[in-house]
Design a protein around this ligand. Structure first.
Ligand code: NCD
Ligand code: ZN
Length: 347
């Protein structure tokens, strides 16, 4: 098969991104808005965005930070806590503020201390979401400190996700940033109402990348990258043509100083070259014909939103990813820093 020199697809969306808040928001937002028409924006601010008013105010700050002339729509999520109220969640959905609600198991990741301690605490909320069709985005990791970090996703499926789906078979659920063969398999065999996002890093790296010649903080995110056979299973799922898998970068910027630290933050900043990174995988897997569905169709179909108008063109053109980028004065290290990528967005 000959490899095309360019690929034009319907404008894509990012179904999982961290845009942050305060000055750095204005710095990172254009990277996402340049690549994507819409994005599901994570609510793990400090303090988290839990109410309709807080999430609406965050959406306003994003729109204020958006440079003139950029066409981008943030799709907002609310952060579930043990105290979340079903009526408030339904109101957020009805008023068009919430596109989804986010389940962070307490202490699973960055700014998750206010997360849910046990599913029983949000049962009434989840029942309401099932009833009204509001999707639940799930950070799928068990948080018991006794569980090995590399097993946390698989254990979460067994202990939490499988029972939840049995109990609420109609709940629309996105298993986010999946990192294991177990997760890909679980999603594939679940009902139509269960889907997953896959990040660029989990398609490119396995856990060795964190230890290549020394500790590599910019390869660290949560859920952490796993063994090679998991990476291969994720590549297979992403390029399978199944409508259950779609693009979600989990771009999670942290200042270089906060990553390169004795206790470095989890998160990989992949927004600047996300499409270039994903398309490389589809090219390597001889699945360029399936890239548009993964990037631009499966997500909106799952969320019940219209497909985007307009297109984006990627051209075969090798370039080097910068070592550092500036986001309103915060120094960030992008994913693939210093590496060559073989596709570039045509302006
Ligand atoms: C995210 C962050 O920094 O907000 N970090 C990450 O490693 N992905 C949180 C998250 O999505 O787990
Ligand atoms: Zn995330």
């Amino acid at each position: 098969m000959t490899v095309p020199d360019s690929l034009t697809i319907r404008r894509p969306d990012d179904w999982h991104v961290h845009l942050r808040d305060g000055p750095v928001l204005a710095g990172v937002l254009p990277f996402t808005a340049r690549q994507f028409a819409r994005a599901i924006v994570m609510p793990n601010l400090s303090p988290p965005a839990v109410s309709v008013a807080e999430v609406a105010a965050y959406r306003d700050r994003i729109m204020t930070a958006l440079p003139q002339g950029m066409d981008f729509t943030p799709l907002m999520t609310c952060y579930l806590t043990d105290a979340s109220d079903p009526d408030e969640i339904e109101r957020g959905a009805t008023e068009g503020v919430f596109t989804a609600a986010k389940l962070y198991p307490a202490h699973a990741t960055t700014n998750s201390t206010h997360g849910v301690t046990q599913i029983a605490a949000i049962r009434a909320v989840l029942e309401r979401m099932e009833k009204i069709g509001l999707p639940l985005c799930v950070h799928g990791e068990a948080t018991d400190p006794d569980i090995d970090v590399f097993d946390r996703e698989a254990v979460f499926i067994e202990r939490t996700l499988a029972p939840l789906i049995r109990e609420m078979p109609g709940l629309k659920l996105v298993f986010e940033h999946i990192t294991t063969a177990e997760a890909a398999e679980f999603v594939a065999i679940s009902g139509e109402n269960v889907a997953a996002t896959i990040t660029p890093q989990h398609l490119h790296i396995n856990r060795n990348a964190m230890f290549a010649g020394g500790i590599r903080p910019h390869m660290y995110c949560l859920p952490v990258a796993k063994r090679e056979h998991h990476r291969l299973a994720l590549r297979k799922a992403a390029t399978s043509g199944s409508a259950k898998f779609f693009l979600g970068t989990d771009s999670a910027p942290h200042a270089r100083s906060a990553k390169e630290s004795a206790c470095g933050c989890a998160g990989i900043f992949n927004a600047p070259f996300a499409l270039e990174s994903y398309v490389a995988v589809f090219g390597e897997e001889h699945a360029l014909d399936r890239f548009e569905a993964f990037a631009s169709e499966n997500g909106p179909r799952f969320y019940g939103l219209p497909l985007n108008q307009g297109t984006v063109t990627l051209r075969r053109d090798s370039f080097e990813v910068p070592e550092r980028l500036d986001a309103s004065g915060t120094e960030l290290v992008p994913f693939h820093a210093g590496e060559q990528l073989g596709w570039r967005i045509a302006d």
